[in-house]
Design a protein around this ligand. Structure first.
Ligand code: ATP
Length: 311
């Protein structure tokens, strides 16, 4: 996204935003401010929400598609908060209709709300023809949520801090994923609380010291067989503790031929890395038949972050 592409004034803008999976998620101890230090490797996947912004009499949000009944339609919606923040900085009123076409599972550990926020940021800047550069947009994104900068950025990246400080990672080739979407969601704060409980609030892990160098090297090789055994998620025991049925989902994916399976972020979506496209289609078919998930999708990664479809 260049500065030039941000200065088009238009009647409506649609922005396509990707889901993410964490290939590595290291979680440090609970900090005094209530957050945890993270070291994570994000990858953006070809499972998208489309966020459409158009001029309106007042700020409003409507959502259709995957899990839309659970998405707030008021000013607490992350996309609405994003538009309100851009409007505040531009000293104008946020009179915009936001229409979200959801495919990313809600409360699924794939940062769907963050993706919508990133889409709304890019959409508002374009709709109003604002001269806001990439750095300022990233700063606004970080203020909205830890995963929002990555949804802007996309591709594969190392995230530190709360996950909002990004460094690109070179990942060769295309990785093939199968996503098992659970019947009910998990609240991210509840999963972190469960992790703290399981660790008895005594995590002495120096998360910064656990940079996943082996995984980053494997990503550069582009070989899924090398990447698969290095997938890791510190939140997985907590997600499994809250939804024990996910053990069965993970086992079913491995039995179906996936190279490895992992809970995505705070869950409960399970992500399976497969050897190639054919294997992914087979694993998806078997998982669908096994009845361990509400829905099963295939996706590839890495893909770009928020991008404009039409203006
Ligand atoms: P993350 O992995 O980023 O912590 P998640 O992917 O598990 O989050 P989201 O789908 O982002 O979960 O939504 C978490 C909660 O945020 C939802 O239960 C919903 O109440 C609220 N929310 C606010 N705005 C949105 C939005 N645009 N889309 C989805 N949920 C939203």
């Amino acid at each position: 996204m260049s500065r030039a592409s941000l200065s088009v004034v238009s009647d409506a803008v649609t922005v396509r935003v990707p889901a993410k999976v964490n290939l590595h998620l290291g979680v440090g101890p609970l900090r005094d401010d209530g957050f945890h230090d993270l070291v994570t490797v994000y990858q953006a996947l070809s499972l998208y929400d489309d966020v459409r912004l158009s001029p309106a009499g007042e700020l409003r949000v409507t959502t259709r598609g995957e899990g839309s009944a659970d998405v707030p339609g008021d000013s607490t919606n992350l996309a609405a908060r994003a538009v309100a923040e851009v409007a505040r900085r531009a000293d104008r009123s946020p009179r915009v209709a936001i229409d979200i076409d959801k495919r990313i599972p809600v409360a699924g550990g794939m940062a769907g709300g963050s993706a919508d926020a990133a889409g709304a940021l890019v959409g508002a800047v374009n709709l109003w023809g604002l001269d806001i550069g990439r750095d300022e947009l990233t700063e606004i994104a970080a203020g909205l949520g830890s995963d929002v900068p990555f949804a802007l950025h996309g591709a594969t990246a190392l995230g530190t801090g709360r996950g909002e400080q990004l460094m690109p990672i070179l990942a060769r080739g295309e990785f093939h994923w199968v996503l098992a979407i659970a019947r009910s969601g998990l609240s991210t704060p509840a999963v972190y609380r469960e992790l703290d409980r399981l660790r008895d609030n005594r995590a002495d892990t120096d998360v910064a010291a656990r940079r996943p160098d082996d995984l980053m090297a494997a990503l550069t090789s582009g070989d899924p067989h090398t990447v698969a055994p290095l997938l890791h998620n510190d939140l997985q025991p907590a997600a499994l503790s809250l939804q024990p049925v996910l053990r069965r989902t993970l086992r079913a994916g491995i039995d179906a031929g996936a190279l490895n399976g992992i809970v995505s972020g705070s869950g409960p979506t399970c992500a399976f890395l497969c050897a190639d496209e054919t294997s992914a289609v087979d694993v998806a078919a078997e998982l669908s038949g096994a009845g361990v998930a509400r829905a099963v999708r295939t996706a590839t990664g890495p893909v770009p972050g928020a991008r404009i479809l039409s203006a």
